[in-house]
Write a protein that binds this ligand. Structure first.
Ligand SMILES: [Zn+2]
Length: 128
């Protein structure tokens, strides 16, 4: 059963490059001492976690937000990434100018938000 769930997750995992066949990936994963004896708990979590992370990345793409690309499947497994409901790999959101949304911000006023270097933004910012 666990092997079956592992294989389902492996097939679903969207990053194709770096992904090896079932036998190799399974062998690699079962070498990891820290997860031994926990497969009954881990395997049912894989597919839902991948589905959530796919949905999350689609949302990122839709919003044109930066999203860290998928790791290789074996690294994802090694790192225990099925425990992340939403990938925690994203860097913090950059500060953006409230006028033009560029990230080359220089200053902020509490309540007004960040401001970039552009003179036209400074002019608009003063009116806020
Ligand atoms: Zn600006």
């Amino acid at each position: 059963m666990n092997k079956h769930l592992f294989e389902e997750a492996r097939k679903l995992y969207p990053k194709k490059t770096g992904k090896r066949g079932f036998e190799k990936e399974w062998k690699e994963f079962t070498k990891l001492v820290e997860y031994r004896g926990k497969y009954d708990a881990i395997m049912p979590l894989l597919k839902p976690a991948i589905e959530k992370q796919i949905a999350y990345r689609e949302e990122c793409a839709r919003k044109h937000e930066w999203c860290r690309p998928w790791k290789d499947f074996c690294r994802w497994m090694k790192g225990g990434w099925w425990t992340e409901e939403i990938p925690q790999t994203n860097s913090p959101k950059p500060n953006r100018c409230v006028i033009c949304s560029n990230t080359d911000v220089s200053s902020m006023v509490d309540g007004k938000g960040w401001l970039c270097w552009r003179n036209e933004c400074k002019t608009e910012y003063a009116k806020l």
